[in-house]
Write a protein that binds this ligand. Structure first.
Ligand SMILES: *Cc1c(COP(=O)(O)O)cnc(C)c1O
Length: 364
């Protein structure tokens, strides 16, 4: 663990991971060029490596997953056209409606169970050919699904939905920010999961532990057009091999260990459940990957938080933070706990011990 001297156990997100010494060494040793001029060898190596791993022709290294999704939407949907995505997807909720601001396209959202829906549901979204309607061009799925609780799409459902979308001539994009977590949890390779999609976005800066960066992969033509778009969005970077080296290191050394994060999340969920649903209740009854969502049900905490002028989740997170354990409030009474390579079992025990004391204090 790179974290041993850090007194803070940070469970807010897997984006908080810091580079390890070995990752810094890989960054320092990376050959560099000017990537806007197209000659940074480390960026080229990363793009080829990930494209190959995901079974696509080429890749485009970008500063963030938001930019990656924005470029994908640009490739598949013209101004005035429409894209379909799931109702709690990152594209819809957490990207400032960039699809509307930047791409000038509209979105229709698909209801789901934890981010997953079936082909029959998708079919209810299809429009007739009618001049009153926008034309639907693209379907975006998210795997693993963030707000759904780190959900992995069941593979046959995924294939079925993608086949149905293809039959309706929709282009398919995968927001695979945590695609490698889906691989680790499902026994399906990232290549198999990516196979039905025209473009796939993957983040290096989540559980993979690189400090910065995402990639968009797809056909050579898509990536050529995406390269132009990246430039106008301000995403053309120069000696960015220094960051691509961190991403390459993460892909090669940090994917297999994601199962450890999943095991720790599972353990935390089991322990939280034992505290009792009258105090804390798991929002979802299964934990697929590295996320645990927990609702604060304790009547005492609800009352104390109200007196303090905050939400139960805000109060609970504040109390944990006083003891050096960070979690993320994601609703008035909901907190999110995410595991990653900079927290370990010891941190998990700290979290559970504190949560048990806080949740049950004065409750009898
Ligand atoms: C984190 C994330 C992104 C991209 O976020 P950035 O902060 O822009 O890198 C996209 N989709 C999902 C599902 C994510 O979790």
């Amino acid at each position: 663990m790179s974290r041993t001297s850090n007194p803070i156990a940070d469970f807010r997100s897997d984006t908080v991971t810091r580079p390890s010494r070995a990752m810094y060494e890989a960054m320092a040793a990376a050959p560099l060029g000017d990537d806007v001029l197209g000659d940074d060898p480390t960026v080229l190596e990363l793009q080829e490596y990930v494209a190959d791993l995901l079974g696509k022709e080429n890749g485009l290294f970008v500063p963030s997953g938001t930019m990656s999704n924005l470029i994908a939407i640009f490739l598949h949907v013209k101004p005035g056209e429409e894209l379909l995505c799931e109702e709690n997807s990152h594209i819809l909720i957490y990207e400032q409606a960039g699809y509307a601001q930047i791409n000038q396209v509209s979105v229709r959202s698909i209801p789901s169970e934890r981010g997953v829906f079936d082909a029959a549901r998708l079919k209810t979204m299809f429009r007739d050919d009618n001049l009153h309607f926008p034309q639907t061009k693209m379907l975006s799925l998210e795997n693993t699904h963030n707000r759904g609780g780190g959900t992995v799409w069941p593979y046959n459902t995924l294939l079925d939905v993608c086949r149905t979308a293809k039959e309706a001539r929709l282009t398919l994009h995968l927001d695979g920010a945590r695609l490698m977590n889906a691989q680790a949890a499902s026994g399906r390779t990232a290549k198999e999961i990516a196979a039905p999609f025209d473009t796939v976005s993957l983040c290096f800066s989540k559980g993979l532990g690189a400090p910065v960066g995402s990639i968009l992969v797809g056909s050579r033509d898509h990536i050529r057009a995406g390269l132009r778009r990246r430039k106008v969005l301000g995403g053309g970077l120069r000696q960015v091999g220094v960051l691509a080296a961190a991403a390459l290191f993460a892909m090669k050394h940090h994917t297999a260990r994601l199962t450890e994060d999943h095991e720790l999340a599972q353990w935390i969920a089991t322990q939280l459940a034992e505290i009792g649903p009258e105090h804390l209740r798991l929002k979802y009854d299964t934990i697929d990957t590295n996320m645990v969502f927990c609702e604060i049900t304790s009547e005492r905490i609800v009352a104390v938080a109200k007196t303090a002028g905050t939400t139960p989740a805000g109060w609970f997170a504040g109390k944990l933070a006083e003891k050096g354990v960070l979690v993320l409030p994601t609703g008035p009474a909901t907190i999110r706990i995410v595991t990653h390579r900079d927290v370990n079992m010891e941190d998990g025990r700290r979290l559970i011990d504190l949560a048990a004391v806080l949740a049950t204090l004065n409750s009898r």
